[in-house]
Design a protein around this ligand. Structure first.
Ligand SMILES: [Zn+2]
Ligand SMILES: [Zn+2]
Ligand SMILES: [Zn+2]
Length: 246
């Protein structure tokens, strides 16, 4: 009898550090936790096809591909327009949603080859609005921000829309203010915790929850085994997947 694995995602509250790029998060809302620095969507690509305003990150899913060296780390980003008028009863209008992919090989210049630590970083490092390559990110949405405030030459924006939004939210009073105000643009941020379920591919598709529990525990044991030995390729794949997605 064949079994089908289904992954369920649950939105849960999480500490900010768990949702940073180096943790390879799956999350709803907030700023995008970009993986690689190349191939990020340009501001024009993030504009809504209907109202032309910048779309906000709705969710990102970390979906690594251990068998594909160039896409070992892979995240999919879904952006959605914030304007209610761009959604109709018949479903979202074309152009109000878009999906981007961002990927990296396991061996890269940005992240450790090994899975990220399970502990918080020693100090609360502020949100970084600059990529390692020097490119700036928009203060409002966290996407590429090639425009700069002409007064302070520090605050960057993806668009005039977001510069105005930040100007009205306090940048007008003080260019020097380091704290980023709440622009009410980002969607509320939650971690997406993914759990696997084994579905019997029988007629009733019944989920056996007790079996699931043993299944998860067994997989966790396998991770440790697999980190030591690379003899069984299929076991190895499962183990790597769990190390990076836990
Ligand atoms: Zn729109
Ligand atoms: Zn922006
Ligand atoms: Zn300024």
């Amino acid at each position: 009898m064949g079994a089908r694995r289904v992954e369920l995602g649950f939105a849960e509250e999480a500490c900010a550090w768990r949702l940073r790029s180096e943790q390879f998060p799956s999350k709803v809302g907030g700023r995008p936790a970009w993986l690689g620095e190349s191939g990020l969507p340009a501001p024009a690509e993030l504009r809504c096809g209907l109202c032309a305003r910048p779309r906000a990150l709705l969710l990102q899913l970390y979906a690594l591909l251990p068998d594909r060296p160039e896409a070992f780390h892979r995240s999919l980003f879904v952006f959605a327009c914030r304007g209610p008028a761009c959604y109709r009863l018949s479903g979202p209008a074309p152009g109000s949603l878009s999906v981007f992919r961002n990927q990296l090989s396991r061996k890269n210049d940005t992240y450790s080859y090994d899975p990220p630590p399970e502990e918080p970083p020693p100090e609360g490092t502020p949100v970084s609005l600059q990529l390692k390559c020097g490119a700036n990110l928009c203060r409002v949405c966290g996407c590429l921000g090639p425009k700069m405030c002409s007064k302070c030459h520090k605050a960057s924006y993806c668009s005039r829309d977001h510069q105005i939004m930040d100007w009205k939210a306090g940048h007008k009073q003080s260019c020097a203010a380091a704290v980023i105000p709440d622009h009410k643009f980002l969607f509320p941020e939650y971690e997406i915790v993914i759990e696997s379920e084994e579905l019997e591919s029988s007629d009733d598709n019944k989920v056996e929850s007790d079996d699931n529990h043993t299944q998860v525990v067994a997989q966790e044991d396998e991770i440790h085994e697999e980190m030591e030995s690379a003899h069984n390729p299929s076991k190895k794949k499962e183990g790597i997947l769990h190390c990076f997605t836990k």
